[in-house]
Each structure stands twice: as C-alpha cells, then as structure tokens.
Design a protein around this ligand. Structure first.
Ligand code: DC
Length: 224
C-alpha cells in the first residue's frame, strides 16, 4: 500500500504545478488525473464525436486504451499506444475533458487505473474527485482553490509569457463555465471532502503555497 495524498480543486487553482513540486520534494509520484479525461476528450475530438453525447462517447470507450508512464518522474499519457502528453494541452481539450468527465461510464472506465496507481505507489494525485471518490482513505486530503479572477489572471500571465495574446474576459468566462460544469454534474461532482483541508491560494505565490502544502502534509503524516 502506498501513501496517498489527494489534491482536489477547480480548474486553474495551480494544483498541477504545486502537486508536482511537492511530489518531487517528497519523492512521490505525481498523478495528474485531468490528463486521463483530456485523453478521452482528445480521442473524441479526433474522431468527430460530440463530447456532450453520452451514448456516442460511452460507445467508443471499448476502442480506447489509456496508460500512464513515468519517465524521469515526468508523467506521459499514452492513448492507444501514442504519447499524447502535449496534444491534450490544446485549449479545445479543456472543455472536451470537462464534457466527457460528466459521463458516468467515462468515470467508471478511469477508476481502476487511478486506484491501482495509488495502491502500488506513494502518490500525490490531483483531480476533482480524488478525496471524495477515488481515494476516500487517502492519508492527506487538500482542497486547493483561488478566486476565479485570480485563476484567470494566472492563466492570462502564463499565456502572455508563451507569446499569446489572450482575452482576460474570455479566460474568466471559461473558468466560470468549467467550474459550473465540474460542480454541477451528477456523478462525482467537484466538492471538498468532509475531511479535506481547505487551502485558498488567492494571495499567495507558488513558493509559499508549496512550502505551506509540505508543512500540512508532514504534520498530517506525522499524526498517523
Ligand atoms: O485538471 P484539468 O483541467 O486537466 O482537468 C480537465 C477536466 O477533467 C476538468 O474540467 C474536469 C475533469 N476532471 C475530472 O472530472 N475529474 C478529475 N479527477 C480530473 C479532471
């Protein structure tokens, strides 16, 4: 049995950056579960399947094989044997992932893979339902959040640094739409687990967040 740390929270709260940095310090594997939903979203986009069409998406799951590999501790996602780690970051995959993630059969399809990773390894796993559904017995559960405006602002700066010319209001609208989708779906909606620690990072920089997170983790693991 591995030690399991669950980090949930809305899109753009910085979960992946923070969880990756903390995992490196702890020597744990960082599992980004959003990548799994993104792979299914990508598959549907490539095949021209409407990502909100529950029947059509459910019907193609038997043609899909998703695997996670770790090379120098960096997660690679293989979709039917092909490395799609870069492709799934395309902006259109964000909404496609959010859409397919609302489909119960998609969630059931990805459940075993996530639970197996956590059973066999010490993991920091980030997502939306890790503390509530996937790893209800995780040793540490954190709900990481920040205001929608701050999340849009961080995304804005990230895109500008990459040489893009984003529209702040569009980014904010997309964040609000994804929050709404993720929190209102019937199956495994985004919500804070009863025993999760709420961590609001709105006014903190990345270094302070990682430091605080490591201190929460070590005091929680020390209690066990
Ligand atoms: O974390 P992310 O932005 O890469 O996730 C993409 C979408 O996948 C997100 O809008 C909701 C969904 N998701 C989910 O439903 N459950 C998870 N454990 C991870 C992601």
């Amino acid at each position: 049995m591995g030690i399991n740390i669950a980090i949930d929270g809305p899109a753009g709260a910085g979960k992946s950056t923070i969880a990756r940095a903390a995992a490196t310090k702890l020597g744990f594997i960082y599992v980004d579960t959003g990548a799994l939903y993104r792979s299914i979203g990508l598959y549907c986009l490539e095949k021209g399947i409407e990502t909100t069409d529950e029947t059509a998406v459910s019907d193609v799951l038997s043609d899909i094989n998703v695997e996670l590999r770790y090379i120098d501790n960096i997660q690679k996602v293989l979709l039917n044997g092909k490395d799609v780690s870069e492709d799934i970051r395309k902006p259109e995959c964000s909404m496609a992932a959010s859409n397919v993630s609302a489909i119960p059969r998609v969630r059931a399809f990805l459940l075993d893979l996530q639970q197996k990773m956590a059973k066999e390894n010490n993991v920091i796993m980030d997502g939306r339902d890790i503390g509530t559904v996937i790893l209800p017995n995780a040793e540490v559960k954190i709900f990481l959040t920040a205001s929608p405006e701050e999340r849009a602002n961080r995304r804005y700066k990230e895109l500008v640094e990459k040489g893009n010319n984003p529209d702040y209001n569009e980014l904010l609208a997309e964040i609000n739409q994804r929050d709404y989708n993720d929190m209102h779906r019937k199956t495994a909606p985004l919500k804070q687990a009863d025993d999760a620690i709420l961590f609001d990072t709105t006014t903190l920089d990345k270094e302070s967040v990682v430091e605080e997170l490591l201190s929460i983790i070590s005091s929680k693991l020390g209690d066990k």
